[in-house]
Design a protein around this ligand. Structure first.
Ligand code: HEC
Length: 159
């Protein structure tokens, strides 16, 4: 009896933390309802860069203050309702460590091409299964996406 309770608690905690912390350790999305149409596209899907217009982002070694400040405004306006800056889940995963979980290109593609990424990306699908909410497209400009990336880098640097 005790063992059962412990086991169930571990599973529940495991699920929760996989949304708030590292999505790659979460349940693998083996089933998608788009599996038939995705079968051909997933073969050439680049899960490191994601899918979208950003192929290569050049970063400075340290976050650039002007971009960080602009990214903060975007965050407060369009992201903070669902994302905390800690590792704690709100509606979506907390952003602490997000720049270690994904490449800069993946983050910018996800932020601007959200629907396609959720449909195709294994990590995004695993998050969707845990968070149970599909992130809506936030209609970011390219600059917004670049600035929010810099804001995330700065958040990860400080902690
Ligand atoms: C309505 C809630 C909501 C809003 C607003 C929102 N997101 Fe999300 N976000 C989510 C959810 C939910 C997920 C998990 C993926 C999924 O299930 O769709 C997510 C996932 C992410 C991820 C991957 C996180 C990780 O830990 O791997 C990034 C990056 C992201 N969002 C960026 C943004 C940015 C940038 C904004 C603001 C411009 C934003 N989100 C606004 C709900 C939201």
């Amino acid at each position: 009896m005790k063992i059962n309770t412990f086991w169930i608690a571990s599973v529940v905690l495991g699920l929760l933390s996989s949304c708030s912390n590292n999505s790659s350790s979460g349940p693998t999305a083996s089933t998608t309802d788009a599996s038939t149409s995705a079968a051909s596209t997933s073969a050439n899907y680049d899960s490191v860069r994601g899918s979208g217009k950003f192929k290569h982002i050049d970063l400075q070694p340290t976050p650039q203050p002007t971009l960080v400040a602009a990214g903060k405004s975007v965050y407060e306006l369009k992201c903070s309702a669902c994302h905390k800056l800690t590792g704690e889940k709100l509606v979506g995963p907390g952003w602490l460590g997000v720049t270690n979980r994904h490449t800069p290109e993946w983050i910018m593609n996800f932020a601007t091409n959200t629907d396609e990424m959720i449909d195709k990306d294994p990590k995004a699908q695993a998050m969707l299964q845990v968070c149970m909410v599909r992130m809506p497209n936030q209609h970011l400009s390219d600059d917004d996406a670049r600035n929010i990336l810099e804001f995330m880098r700065n958040n990860d640097k400080d902690k």
